[in-house]
Structures are given as structure tokens and as C-alpha cells.
Ligand binder design. Sequence first.
Ligand code: HMG
Ligand code: MG
Length: 308
Amino acid sequence: MLRRGRNVTERVRIVEVGPRDGLQNEKTEVNSEFKVALIGKLVAAGLTTVEATAFVSPKWVPQMADAAEVYAQIAKRPGLNFPVLVPNEAGYQRARAVGVEEIAVFGAASEAFSRKNINASIAESLDRFRAVVERARADGVRVRGYVSTVLGCPYQGEVPLSDVVRVAQALHRMGCYEISLGDTIGVGTPRAARAMVDAVLQDIPASALAVHFHDTRGQALANIYACLDRGIRVVDSSVSGLGGCPYAAGASGNVATEDVVYMLHGIGFSTGIDLGALIEVSRWISAKLGREPASKLARAGLFVPKPA
Ligand code: HMG
Ligand code: MG
């Protein structure tokens, strides 16, 4: 069971990935202006880390072709972070040309997924990332690292925990300040999630870890709860449960930010996020995309008890 000190409200940091993980797989065309508006609304709701876009090949992910335009138009302020995905040196150069201050490199624990997603073996990808991380650190740019398919792979099936640990270790050692452990296709259950985090914790402290759950099989909140129990205090999520991965068939959206925040506040963590405002953002983006929000909370609304 999750046990915490009674007097201190512990904080959980949410990394909002909707504008990137959410929109990278979107069939409806979403223009740059709209993406920038979405990021602004998320910040207004209290999100301080919003993964803004991806400087990947536009041939691979056309939805992110406007990365430079989007990043350039975001209203930046001290205290706000707008990390972007960067797969290689070409992406790093494009990102730096518009003044990006934080990047995320993204590897996988599954060899098959690595090849499908970034056209490289795990070993090749780590060599690429090492060169990018070295340059970034020399430029004073912070680097986050992702490990995908930590609980299963759509191409390979089972992913040995030793491979998750090996890739997480490599990213951490090369200088990523935080490693986000991704259940890319949402196959995990709390027991598997806990075992995976426990294995990584043998080598990397909880303070340098984040979890990234897709809610494909409805397990994401339970998995997050299990990981909070292990000391994880950074959670990736996507407003309205937007998203998926273009190179992982069957991947649904990330767990919805508003559902995560509702749970966190309910069990006594603070997030700095205004849940009412976030629900409005969720409904706004869903209306724009012409669908119902995928989150339970945006459908049901906040529960406001009637006075006795
Ligand atoms: P490649 O085809 O092997 O790359 O792709 P290449 O170096 O041979 O270049 C091919 C062409 O792309 C060239 O152009 C390059 O200039 C260009 P051409 O000469 O043909 O005109 N190119 C670029 N253009 C712009 N920006 C760049 C760039 N790099 C090359 N950065 C590559 C390799 C890595 C580029 C490609 O596979 C790629 O972009 N993959 C990205 C796929 C992706 O974005 N997937 C989704 C994100 S990961 C995810 O969602 C999981 C996560 O959420 C965690 C989880 O859920 O587990 C993070
Ligand atoms: Mg993802």
C-alpha cells in the first residue's frame, strides 16, 4: 500500500505529452496554430512540462513536420519546460536552430520495435544518442531518455527485464537526467509494472525515473498507482487520452492527464494543476478533433458535493 508522511503534501510532476505523443498519430489535420493554442491552454491549466513536438523525419511522421514553427511560437517563461523528441543529430540541429532547451532521445528495450520506430538496432541507436547527448550537454541542453516497450512489444512479444534495465542504464549513464519507462502498447498490469520498476531501481534512483503508460487495456491508472508505491514521482500523460504510436499497431492513447490528476489529488499528492481548467482543455481538443474525450473525467465532470 502507498504510505506517505501525513503532514507534507508530496508533489508529483506531470509530463504532458499530448501535443507530441497525442498528435503524432492523429488522422485529422491539426495546424501549427492550433497546436500552439493547445500548449498555451495546458500551461494556463497549470502544466509546467509540456512535450511540445518532435524533430523527427517528416517522411516518417508527417504530423510533426511543423516542429520548428510550433516550437518557435510557444510563449516561453521561466519555470516552464517544453521538451521535444530528437532521434538523431539532424533533429538536434533543427531543434537548436529554434532555441530548444530540453530534448528527449527515445530508445526501446525491444530490438524489433527499435528497428520499426527509428530504423536502427538498439546498439546503433545508443551510439546515435550518445553523440546527441554529448553535444546537448556541451550546449547546456537538458536531455531526457525514453525506453519504449518496457512491458511488451507488438513485434517481438515478451521483452526481458534485463533488456529494459540495460537500455535504461545506458541512457542514464550517457547523461539523460530522467528515464521515462514506456508501456508503449499498454499491456502491463500492476504486478508486471512493479517488477519492471523494481528491476530498474536496482541501478537508477526513483528520483531519475518517470513512467509512461498507454491505456490500451485499461490498466494505466492501476499501473501508475503501483509505481507511485515504489517511489516514482514523475508521470507522463496526455490530455484527453490523446495518442498512440505510429509504429506500434494497436497502441491507444496515453493515460489521460485529467484522470491521473484526479487520482493523484484524491490520494493526497499535489500537482499544481487546476483540474477544472484541464477538463475544459480536454473537451476543447476533443471537439476540435470531432470526438468524445477518451478520459472518464472529461465525460463525467468533476464531482461537486451538494451542501448538506
Ligand atoms: P532513416 O530513414 O533511417 O533516416 O530514419 P536517414 O538518416 O536515412 O534519413 C532519411 C531522410 O530523412 C533524409 O532525407 C534525411 O535528411 C531525413 P532525404 O535525403 O531522403 O530527403 N531526416 C530528417 N529530417 C528531419 N529531421 C530529422 C531527420 N532525420 C533524417 N531528425 C529516423 C531514421 C530516426 C530519422 C526515422 O526513423 C524517424 O524519424 N523516426 C521517428 C519515429 C517516431 O517519431 N516515432 C514516434 C515517437 S516514439 C514514441 O511515440 C514512443 C514514446 O512515446 C514512448 C512510449 O510510448 O513507449 C516516446
Ligand atoms: Mg508514448
